[in-house]
Design a protein around this ligand. Structure first.
Ligand code: HEM
Ligand code: SF4
Length: 593
């Protein structure tokens, strides 16, 4: 079975009565540009916020959560009235670019004010977990003290703008990409001063701090209006030869088209997105559609026009179908493009033929082009923490303190230490070794290309384990892959604790999606290039049977692949019915031996 798309629900011929806006829309409209009651509730002595404030707080970069491990332990009523509330706080970092000192400050903060760990997200951001309410304001202030921001890291706005993080200096293309990420992030950032009033006002003199988020002081939102967007909006900028940002999974993907080491324009991809509500058949994951080509000087206008069309025509009554992908599904791409052109005031040519053909996770050593080097360090599931066996947090600290690199976060939850001299290569590796952190080249391909979302214990939507469980699955899978002589193959294994798709499982070679307690849906047939959805191979697979269920596919791949065929392409070519039949025959045969 494929990811089914229902037939379009909007008929342009029959205008119907506008549906009632959702509760979140009402909360945003009444909030006076994201203020609501947050300031009062911050000091009301309770450990949690009201439901309206919870929605508004997302735009400020924080989610209210409760520790799922602790649920039901605390009181006679099964813990319902005494949840252990805390907050996830997300830092928005366009292109994942920050200094070593900024990262060090975040590491200090996770120890002083959060759960002692910091997490690199799948979209080049950083997350704190376990922040209790009384520590929210100090944490947000101190994040801003080092010129970073949490504003619009979550919520119904343009989220963190992603961009290929490779710091190649000689080739101006990568710099142009990063500059565009900064321009779009700045242009589409909310302009309300609510953030500064709530979190950054100096309580002794009322003075507002100038901060990393930037604010030009306008009370109103010239792009968003008082209701902001119907739903989150995600943008990524990448290259055909290096689609490390997963362009096709975004609401807006900008694929740079280059000639002579210069960007001549962008293929604009629209309407990707992976959120799915299991109980709602009308929801589906979508790969973005190729809409048009734009030149560098018009790309910001076109991006803004796309955001405005979604602002005005996206569904505001049902949040389950409010992402841009549903508008495009209902309208069709031509009608959507015509509306964008109407907002822009000119027509747009179709996309160039260029498409994605490469993918680089930037791990290991690379020369930057200016005589200096960068090192990509694989951070398993993005979790920066020390364990008795492996002290990755301490190692990153020491590298930042002694070698003074700059940092880029990757969309594979890892990081690059940049701007290092040749002589610093050896000390960096020594620091990693001393802390028992494997060098990127020592990590198996299976682990290196795996990703898991956070899931339990913090995510309120998690149905199964993900981050805490995937490493065990990889331990087992590594053994089988090595036994079959497939260790050199590169394929993505991505796990999420529910169908929302935060670790992008639906275009992976192997997607593992939490379905019910302890059981996962297995998808196969996506690929590293990210331009194709995968297909359900088997449903409700118990966690401890994931590897044994995948094993026949790996054996089949080894025996029947074409030269240079990758795992996802093999599965796609075979189709699920054929894969299942082969697996059944294989299992029957091996059971008899
Ligand atoms: C309806 C859809 C979705 C909902 C309701 C949702 C909700 C959430 C929540 C509650 C968290 C916080 C988990 C925690 O840190 O404890 C989270 C994390 C995250 N989500 Fe989503 N999400 C959705 C879809 C997506 C999709 C499709 C993507 C990207 C393709 C995404 C990207 C992220 C990222 C980057 C994180 C940070 C943690 C990580 O790297 O795994 N989300 N999401
Ligand atoms: S995929 Fe589901 S479980 Fe995982 S972080 Fe996203 S919402 Fe939570």
């Amino acid at each position: 079975m494929r990811h089914e798309k229902p037939t379009p629900t909007t008929s342009p011929a029959k205008p119907s009565k506008p549906a009632k806006p959702s509760k979140v829309e009402a909360a945003k409209a009444a909030s006076n540009y994201l203020r609501g009651d947050i300031s009062h509730e911050l000091v009301d002595g309770k450990s949690f916020f009201s439901s309206d404030s919870i929605q508004l707080l997302k735009h400020h970069g924080t989610y209210q959560q409760d520790n799922r491990d602790e649920r039901g332990k605390n009181s006679a009523d099964g813990g319902k009235s005494s949840k252990a509330y805390s907050f996830m706080v997300r830092v928005r970092i366009p292109g994942g670019k920050l200094t070593g000192d900024q990262l060090l400050a975040q590491l200090d903060l996770c120890e002083e004010l959060a759960s002692d760990t910091l997490r690199i997200t799948t979209r080049q951001g950083l997350q704190f977990h376990g922040v209790v309410k009384s520590r929210l304001k100090p944490l947000l202030r101190r994040i801003n003290d080092v010129q970073l921001t949490t504003l619009a890291a979550c919520g119904d706005v343009e989220r963190n703008v992603m961009c290929c993080p490779a710091p190649y200096c000689r080739d101006p293309v990568h710099q142009q990409l990063q500059q565009l990420a900064d321009r779009i992030a700045e242009h589409l950032a909310p302009r309300t001063t609510a953030y500064h009033e709530i979190w950054l006002t100096n309580e002794s003199n009322g003075e507002k701090q100038l901060v990393g988020g930037g604010s030009n002081g306008h009370q109103i939102e010239p792009i968003y209006g008082r209701n902001y967007l119907p739903r989150k909006f995600k943008t990524a900028i990448g290259l055909p030869g290096d689609n490390c940002v997963d362009l096709y999974s975004h609401d807006l993907g900008l694929m740079a088209i280059c000639e002579d080491y210069n960007i001549v324009g962008y293929n604009v991809l629209v309407g990707g997105g992976f959120g799915v509500t299991p109980s709602a058949k009308k929801t589906f994951p979508a790969i973005a559609r190729r809409m048009c080509f734009v030149t560098p000087d018009e790309v910001l206008d076109v991006a803004t026009a796309i955001v405005k069309v979604q602002r005005d025509f996206g569904n505001r009554s049902d949040r389950k179908v409010a992402r841009l992908k549903y508008l495009i599904h209902n309208w069709g791409l031509d009608r959507f493009k015509a509306k964008v052109e109407a907002y822009l005031g000119r027509t747009l040519p179709g996309p160039r033929r260029d498409d994605v053909f490469g993918f680089d996770d930037h791990m290991g050593w690379y020369e930057q082009g200016d005589g200096r080097w960068f090192y990509g360090l694989n951070v398993e599931n993005g979790r920066i923490h020390d364990t008795p066996e492996r002290k990755i947090k301490s190692a990153i600290r020491e590298i930042c303190q002694t070698l003074r690199p700059n940092i880029r976060l990757t969309s594979h939850q890892s990081l690059l230490f940049t701007d290092l001299d040749l002589q610093q290569r050896k000390p960096l590796e020594e620091i990693l070794k001393r802390h028992n952190v494997p060098l990127s080249q020592e990590i198996s391909n299976v682990r290196r290309w795996s990703m898991a979302c956070v899931a339990l214990p913090t995510c309120g939507l998690a149905i199964t384990e993900s981050e805490r469980f995937l490493p065990q699955v990889i331990d087992e899978l590594e053994v089988e892959v090595a036994r079959l002589g497939l260790s050199n193959e590169e394929f993505t294994v991505r796990m999420t604790g529910c169908p929302n798709g935060c670790a992008r499982p639906y275009n992976a070679d192997i997607g593992l999606v939490g379905k019910t307690a302890g059981k996962y849906t297995l998808f196969v047939g996506g690929r590293l290039l990210g331009d194709r959805l995968n297909t359900i191979y088997q449903d409700l697979v118990p966690g401890d049977e994931i590897v044994s269920t995948l094993l026949p596919i790996l054996v089949n791949y080894k025996e029947n692949r074409q030269p240079n065929e990758r795992l996802g392409d093999f599965c796609h070519r075979q189709g699920v019915a054929s894969l299942l039949a082969w697996s059944e025959a294989y299992l029957a045969q091996t059971a008899g031996t």
